[in-house]
Every structure is written in C-alpha cells, then in structure tokens.
Design a protein around this ligand. Structure first.
Ligand SMILES: Cc1ncc(COP(=O)(O)O)c(C=O)c1O
Length: 374
C-alpha cells in the first residue's frame, strides 16, 4: 500500500525523546498513576485479569464515554487503541476506492493520508484567518461536494490552530452533510482542553451520520493509556467493529480500566481543573513573550488544546527553523509545513510552566544566534 509520509508523527518518534525541551506535544503534561488514582483503585488494577475482556470496550467504560456525548448510549461507542485507531477505523468504515472526501484543513494529517491510501480523492477546504479567528467558508465546502463525496472531516477543536468552530459553522456543516447524505467526521480529541469558557459542543448528534473520534491522550493528559473511541450510529459502530477485528481486535485491558477511573465525573473535573491552570500559566507566559517579539511573530491565541500556532516573519523555512532549533538548542517544535502551513510553528503549551519558560529562553538564544534578533 502506498501511503504519504506522516511527517509530524515520524519526526516526533525520531526526536521527541532526544531533546531537553519537547514542544511538539499538543496534549497536557501526563499524569502518573500515583497522581491520578486512589490506593483502592490501584489495588483493583493489581487484581485485574489481563485477558482480552470485552474487545469492543468494557461496558462500564462505553457507558462513561457515552455520557460525554448527549444522546449517545453504550451501543454508540467503540473503544479503540488511541484515537489514531479510531480515526483509522472511521476512514476504513466510510470510504472506498474512488470515493471523495472533503477534509477541512489544517488537520491532523492522518486523515488525508489514510483517505488517499485507501484510494479516495481528497479535497482540502482550508480554514482561513479572518481578524481574530480561523473561519470556515461553508460555501467553499458546498462547492467541493460531488455525487461521490462520502465524508466531510474536521478537527474541532482544531489541531494545529487551537480554534473552535462557531455554532453557525457547526450547524452549517451538519446541514450540508445531512442534505447530501454524507458522513460528518469530527476528531474531537481536544474537546475538554478549552482555555476558558464552556466545553466545545460535540458534533455527535448534529447530523444523522455523525462520527466522532476522541480519546484520553490530550484533554485528559493520559496519552500512555492508548485509549480512544468512536461515537456514532449503531450501524457505523458495527462496521468499525468488523474492521477492528483486522487491526487490533481490541484495546488493552489495563488502559481501559484506568480510563474508566479517569472518566468518573469527580476525577475528570480534577483533571480538567489542573489542565486549565497549566494552560493559563503557559498562555500568559507565551502572550507576554510574543508581545515583545511582535516584529517576528503574530498569532491568534488558541481557544482549546495545549498548543499555540505562531506565524513568523523570518527568511527560513519552518522545517529548517525546527531542525536548527533542535540541533542548536535542544528544543523541538512542530514545523508548519508538516501541516501544509509554511511560515508557521506550533508550540506545545501543556508542559510544566518553568520548563516552558526555559524553552522560550532557548528560542530567544536561537533567534539571537541565527538571526541577530530576539
Ligand atoms: C487531532 C488528533 N487526533 C488524533 C491524535 C492521535 O491521538 P492518540 O494518541 O489518542 O492516538 C492526535 C495526536 O496528536 C491528534 O492531534
């Protein structure tokens, strides 16, 4: 099978554990089991049988996930190995060779890469920066629809911009999908990592064929559990289950049980509150940093997700910027070109504030050394 190089993931896998400051992470600083779990929960894990269990996900976990999507029940949920598997199963369930998919970009490049690998034709419809937000042009989406379009896919809250669709954009997308009988996929893995205000509304019930993917990696700061999910209609869940029989059979029992603990409302509220504190502190540091470097950087601060997307004005490609920054300062950032957005950088803002401050100082040193500016 021919498949595009997934530059972001490949680069992270190669470099993220070799640097002093990894700013490529878009999720929050991970919890340890000791920080997250009570002694009796840890005790329960020690006695957990490590069999296959329920390959579609433990019933209690499916229920706890469904509770986060108004209108969904446990039957609308399939538990997966990370939300990457959820995305993969969604694409495998919705697209065939020769179909067309509309991908709202920028987006996690897994979606277009997989769609193309399956033989689908991909139309990208870009979010555009307008004033202080990233806007979706619904007319442009409508124009991209053909009789072969089977899927519209969006990442909301968005990676890498941290923007969130407005209520009108959400309902407009859902209307288009419904009117044309197209599945509407929303990767909502950053839902719950809002910097302020209410949680982003899910697109689950917005369209009859709404397909939501999510997981514990980002907003719940538990990437190592490798737990994700699809929430959709029962027939799409059934298709995804049949495809999961070929991918991983089911997700890991330990990760599922810890995810179940983490999703209990009290514990989840504690996770979200801690995350908001971290994000607020780092966003504040970054805002002050960008403000005094406005000759180089411009941005729209993120609404959700532990990342900031900066535009820069320097005579260097984003790939070279990130490579040199990594080689000379041991700071690893995401090149905009890995999202098809040259002239941009994505910086993770979900780490420990002192560590983040030090990383910004290293970037200053880099700007001074390479461009005589900081
Ligand atoms: C938008 C988006 N979806 C999915 C994933 C993959 O998540 P997981 O670690 O749950 O597989 C990522 C990881 O960066 C992401 O940014």
């Amino acid at each position: 099978m021919r498949i595009d190089l997934f530059e972001l993931e490949r680069s992270q896998s190669i470099w993220e554990n070799t640097v002093e400051y990894n700013l490529t992470e878009s999720g929050l600083h991970p919890f340890t089991m000791r920080e997250l779990l009570d002694p009796h929960e840890i005790e329960a894990l020690v006695d957990l049988p490590l069999g296959y269990g329920h390959t579609e996900g433990e019933p209690a976990l499916r229920e706890a996930i469904a509770a986060r999507y108004p209108g969904a029940g446990a039957d609308n949920v399939l538990v997966t190995t990370g939300s990457s598997e959820a995305n993969m199963l969604a694409v495998m369930s919705l697209l065939d060779n020769g179909d067309e998919a509309i991908i709202i970009t920028p987006n996690f490049m897994q979606l277009p890469g997989l769609a193309k690998a399956l033989g689908a034709k991909v139309h990208q419809v870009p979010l555009r920066l307008s004033g202080s937000r990233w806007m979706l042009d619904l007319d442009e989406v409508a124009r991209a629809i053909t009789p072969n379009t089977r899927l519209i896919s969006v990442c909301n809250p968005n990676n890498p911009t941290g923007g969130v669709l407005s209520a009108d954009e959400r309902s407009g997308l859902a209307l288009l999908a419904t009117r044309h009988g197209i599945a509407l996929h929303a990767d909502e893995i950053y839902r719950g990592a809002e910097l302020a205000g209410p949680e982003t509304e899910t697109l689950f019930a917005a369209a009859p064929a709404g397909v939501i993917t999510g997981g514990t990696a980002k907003a719940m700061a538990l990437a190592g559990l490798r737990i994700g999910w699809i929430v959709s209609s029962k027939d799409i869940i059934e298709k995804a289950m049949q495809r999961q029989d070929y991918t991983t059979i089911g997700s890991n029992a330990l990760g599922q049980r810890i995810a179940l603990f983490a999703l209990q409302p009290e514990k989840r509220a504690r996770i979200v509150a801690r995350n908001r504190r971290l994000l607020a502190r780092n966003l504040d540091q970054l805002s002050r940093w960008v403000a005094v470097r406005s000759a180089i950087f411009s941005w729209v601060p993120p609404q959700a997700g532990a990342m900031a997307f900066l535009r820069y004005d320097l005579p260097v490609s984003s790939d070279d910027f990130c490579r040199r920054l990594r080689e000379t300062q041991s700071v690893f950032a995401v090149a905009g070109s890995w999202f098809g957005m040259e002239g941009h950088l994505r910086l993770g803002i979900g780490g420990e504030p002192d560590h983040f401050r030090d990383a910004l100082q290293r970037i200053d040193r880099f700007l001074q050394d390479e461009f005589a500016t900081a």
